[in-house]
Design a protein around this ligand. Structure first.
Ligand SMILES: [Zn+2]
Length: 395
């Protein structure tokens, strides 16, 4: 389907709404959190057309929202500030309360409106909630999935058939996915290829269908996809590592004059010491061997690139067993580990005492690093392990 979405389009806030007659999951799709990434928003509209045209039987409800409408209209990533870095709990509370200082930037106004729609849908829900945030990248390369590493997110992420990236949410603060995940919902991010790729809409559409099927809203055979969309999807994800973790994040600061070396694509292997980019301090080389992810080839954005490394399936299985056994209850008994104040699911770790197991063990058990304070690490559970979809077979 040669449907390259032209930049600079007016989208309604509510892109799609279907079902709702029966109790069941609420699936929320969001497209265009970045205004130069309209493919997800177009796909959400297209999904609604297919559901309506084929009168697809539906359990629960499906809604699709446009993210940053002002930036979508201009075809730029954002107008005043990155809309996908604006979703800290604290800021959401202030916006929801209508604090006057949260009405000064374009993105604050976008946030107030989108939040009202989200709150309204969540208040009416009649089942568990699945959130799907659709993006595209400035670099070429295969689609991939971004999740906070909970067992339920994995179940949805793995079904999408594209490489799954773990640990990105730890590096990117205040994304809408983190916000919705911390609210206890299934939260899956999907990067559907390059911004201008003609196949991006078709790939997003396939992802939307997979999520609706996995949530138990529809049967796959009731939702026909354009045939070339599925082919593209299979082809572009073929032969890639199924799960990778983020090892390095290059953050761009004001005045860095960051320039990526040309020609890198998502998941391209790189060697330790290889020249990746330059800024005003000089060349930037790979700190370790691995694969590159999201090399920045656009003007706006503060993430230069990421380096990722494959996670062996053995460790994924170990993590699953440990979490099922709820081993984390025993952690405060370890040397150098204690509870943090009275905050449930949050621990203080002294790396000088706890040594080798700090990062690896806590990741395995589903914790993420929150902050370092006076030489100690504060870690907390990555979102709640929800049992909302326990009736579904595992991946
Ligand atoms: Zn994006």
């Amino acid at each position: 389907m040669a449907d390259s979405p032209a930049p600079g389009r007016i989208f309604p806030r509510l892109l799609s709404s279907y079902g709702g007659d029966s109790a069941g999951p609420l699936v929320i799709g969001i497209g265009g959190m970045h205004g130069n990434e309209p493919a997800g928003a177009v796909a959400l509209q297209r999904a609604l057309e297919i559901l309506r045209t084929h009168e697809v039987p539906f359990r629960g409800r499906f809604v699709g929202f446009a993210g940053n409408r002002a930036a979508l209209a201009r075809g730029c990533r954002y107008v005043d500030e990155d809309f996908n870095r604006a979703w800290s709990q604290e800021r959401v509370c202030r916006v929801r309360a209508g604090v006057p200082s949260t009405d000064t930037t374009t993105e604050q106004r976008e946030q107030r409106e989108l939040l009202a729609y989200l709150d309204d849908q969540l208040a009416q829900r009649r089942g568990p909630v699945v959130c799907l945030d659709l993006h595209t990248t400035s670099a070429a390369g295969t689609p991939f999935v971004v999740i906070g590493d909970t067992l339920l997110n994995r179940r949805f992420g793995f079904r999408l058939g594209a490489p799954v990236v773990l640990g990105l949410e730890e590096r990117l603060e205040s994304t809408i996915l983190n916000y919705l995940g911390e609210e206890g919902h299934v939260a899956v991010g999907f990067e559907g290829g390059q911004h201008e790729s003609p196949s991006a809409v078709a790939i997003h559409l396939a992802a939307i269908r997979t999520v609706l099927v996995t949530a138990g809203c529809i049967r796959a055979e009731d939702f026909p996809l354009p045939a070339d969309g599925l082919d593209t999807y299979d082809e572009e994800t073929d032969g890639l590592p199924p799960v990778v973790e983020v090892r390095y994040h290059h953050v761009i600061r004001d005045g860095d004059e960051f320039v990526m070396e040309p020609g890198f694509a998502n998941f391209q292997p790189v060697e330790r010491g290889q020249l990746l980019a330059c800024d005003r301090r000089g060349p930037i080389r790979a700190s370790e061997s691995g694969q590159i992810l999201m090399p920045l080839y656009q003007g706006q954005g503060t993430d230069g690139f990421f380096l990722v490394r494959r996670v062996r399936p053995f460790w994924l299985r170990v993590a699953k067993w440990l979490r099922r056994l709820r081993i984390e209850r025993l952690l405060p008994a370890l040397p150098g580990v204690r509870r943090y104040q009275d905050t449930p699911g949050t621990l203080v770790v002294d790396p000088r005492v706890a040594r080798w197991f700090v990062v690896e063990l806590f990741h395995l058990l589903g914790f993420r690093k929150r902050q370092s304070r006076e030489g100690k690490l504060i870690v907390s559970r990555r979102w709640h392990e929800s049992h909302a979809f326990d009736e579904l077979p595992g991946p």
